[in-house]
Design a protein around this ligand. Structure first.
Ligand code: DAH
Length: 344
């Protein structure tokens, strides 16, 4: 019996050692060994079952021996399992090791578009003067884009603004001025509104043109509004946008929906008005169109021109952004090249 037990013990330990030497699935194999020797159907259990053949006075001694062998195998198994787990952990840790000296990957961070920055600046200035920011539709009826703005069917201004027509009567707006009409029709007076948005013209793309660009429309209608209000407001706008030293100049112009009409120039913020390459030597830069709302426009939208007067203006947003940030090609504004955008 003793020899048999010793043989079992040695065999078990030899197997445990052999398995411990290999790493793959070694833990599973160790478990197999445990089952083989110590399990319910294992060899030691079988020996205990054979106890009935042992003389009764021998039984306690043999039982003790079996238990000693069991304990010893258990201890060797335990140690081998421990060692193997530690080795597996060490292997995993070294595999997952992070090299903190490696250079980090650069994340590309988004930037606000110069158009957005310029628009927010313009909105801030006018909201500060009590204006409300509104939006008009980009798909518009001919009536709102032209007719209600005093541009009848045969008017040359209709040809000047090469229009994308959707049907004979529906078009992509060529200007934000139609928003004036929508606001007037609401019949809520007085009005102090700023209407930024996209406009569309079938222009070829080049450094100063794009088939889609942005305008900001302004409209004030109240009792007793005069050209002096227009001048004061727009001069203040120019000073806030381009600096306290900025001077403005109004040149007579023509727009069908305003009378009188003007274009406003500001002193070149690069040279201060003495003339440079930026302002093509003139010292002045044109930034917007404006005028007193034509009585006919007020009348068509149901506002009595005898009681109310107003002024309007239209600013090209890209133009403001290009000037403010000294960008010399409008195409850059639409390419979303992060190298360009991250400069703002
Ligand atoms: N809508 C004009 C254009 O696209 C710009 C403009 C000029 C708007 C004068 C106005 C204005 O409100 O008073 O060229």
């Amino acid at each position: 019996m003793k020899e048999k037990l010793n043989a079992i013990k040695e065999q078990a330990i030899a197997q445990i050692e052999a398995v411990s030497a290999q790493s793959a699935q070694a833990l599973e194999k160790l478990n197999d060994i445990r089952v083989n020797y110590l399990g319910k159907k294992g060899e030691l259990t079988a020996l205990l079952k054979g106890m009935k053949d042992v003389a009764p006075e021998e039984r306690p001694k043999v039982g003790q021996m079996v238990n000693d062998v069991r304990t010893e195998i258990e201890q060797v198994l335990e140690k081998a399992t421990e060692k193997m787990k530690r080795a597996a952990l060490a292997g995993r840790l070294s595999g997952e090791k992070i090299d903190v000296t490696l250079p980090a990957k650069m994340n590309v961070i988004g930037h606000r578009h110069p158009n957005t920055i310029a628009l927010e600046e313009v909105e801030r200035i006018f909201v500060g003067m009590g204006y409300e920011v509104v939006e008009g539709p980009e798909i518009e009826k001919d009536y709102y884009n032209f007719e209600a703005l005093n541009i009848p069917a045969d008017h040359p201004a209709k040809d000047e603004q090469d229009t994308f027509y959707i049907t004979g009567d529906i078009l992509l707006r060529t200007q934000t001025s139609g928003t004036q009409v929508h606001e007037l029709e609401k019949g809520r007076l007085p009005i102090r509104m700023l209407a930024p948005g996209r406009v569309f013209r079938s222009d070829e793309v080049d450094a100063t043109h794009s088939p889609c660009f942005h305008q900001i429309e302004g409209l004030v209608v109240d009792k007793g509004i005069t050209f002096a209000d227009l001048k004061g407001t727009l001069a203040e706008f120019a000073r806030e946008l381009f600096g306290e030293e900025t001077k403005v100049k109004f040149r007579p112009h023509h727009f069908p929906f305003t009378e009188p009409s003007a274009e406003m120039d500001v002193t070149c913020f690069k040279c201060g008005g003495s003339g440079c390459r930026f302002c093509k030597g003139s010292g002045w830069i044109e930034i917007l169109g404006c005028g007193m709302v034509h009585p006919h426009v007020l009348e068509m939208s149901g506002v009595d021109p005898e009681e109310y007067t107003g002024f309007a203006f239209g600013v090209g947003l890209e133009r403001i952004a290009l000037l403010k940030y000294e960008i010399d090609d409008m195409r850059l504004m639409y390419e979303n090249d992060i190298r360009f955008l991250k400069q703002f």
